[in-house]
Design a binder for this molecule. Structure first.
Ligand code: SF4
Ligand code: FES
Length: 260
């Protein structure tokens, strides 16, 4: 059977959803643009006993719908049926391989809960490990300029042309991380480690707030700081927000080296 996906033809899927020690299975015909979350919602509203899952926004901004989809962490609300039917990696950074199909030709899709989290039920988890290492009081707004002051363009027309880039209070946008935990789940480090999301936050605090540099460097230098990171880069590969936690970990290493 071809792995080419038609723009409109329904795609037969066999969803296997972790449910305790086993899997609950469902067959669905999915339009290519439908997401995994759409399909779970459709099944549930149709009365199917779908194992528990988390979600809120449906558009990749709340960070609650993460799952391990066929071996790779992803947001269910951003993973379309067309993606599932196309060749793709089966581990972060791995080679793209064709989808597995059952005897009837349906694409077999397996959903597992994120790793390192406490499973509540089905694939719903408590994401505590994502937040545990993030410094208390970490600021969530990114300054528009390096010194954090207002950065209005000299020509107001520029602000009209690109209103998102200029704010009179010197702030541009929220930090990109949505605390989805995909990076924490994908990270293969198995010793005590505060994890990629926390270290990305630590580095952003170090960059943004000079008064916090000593405290952030101390967190990075602790035994569960940057040391356990093995540069696998699984974190950066699965992050849906292009935070590139691995880059932040390296910047923390550089900061530590400069102080040595
Ligand atoms: S760094 Fe990326 S993958 Fe990790 S929690 Fe934030 S958004 Fe999710
Ligand atoms: S439902 Fe909010 S990120 Fe997926």
């Amino acid at each position: 059977m071809s792995d080419t996906v038609s723009a409109s033809a329904a795609i037969p899927l066999r969803l296997r959803i972790r449910d305790g020690d086993g899997y609950a299975e469902f067959r669905v015909e999915a339009e290519p643009h439908r997401t995994v979350l759409d399909l779970l919602e459709r099944l549930r509203s149709g009365g199917s006993a779908v194992p528990a899952y988390r979600h809120s926004c449906h558009h990749g901004s709340c960070g609650t719908c993460g799952a391990v989809i066929d071996g790779v962490e992803a947001l269910m609300c951003l993973t379309r049926a067309a993606d599932l039917a196309a060749p793709r990696p089966r581990l972060p950074g791995g080679p793209a391989v064709p989808p597995e199909r059952d005897e009837a030709g349906a694409v077999i899709v397996t959903l597992e809960p994120l790793s390192k989290m406490t499973v509540v039920s089905g694939i719903a988890v408590v994401p505590g490990p994502v937040f545990a290492g993030i410094p208390k009081g970490a600021s969530y707004l990114r300054p528009a300029s390096a010194d954090g002051r207002a950065s209005l363009p000299p020509d107001p027309a520029e602000a009209v042309a690109d209103p998102g880039a200029w704010r009179p209070d010197g702030r541009v946008r929220f930090e990109a991380c949505i605390e989805c935990g995909l990076c924490v789940s994908a990270c293969p480090v198995a010793v005590p480690f505060i994890g990629p999301a926390a270290l990305a936050a630590v580095n952003r605090e170090r960059e943004k707030r000079p008064e916090q540099v000593s405290a952030m460097v101390a967190i990075a230098a602790a035994p569960d700081g940057v040391g356990p990171c093995g540069r696998h880069l699984a974190c950066s590969r699965v992050c849906p927000q292009a935070v590139f936690p691995g880059k932040h970990i390296q910047l923390l290493r550089n900061a530590l080296a400069s102080l040595a």
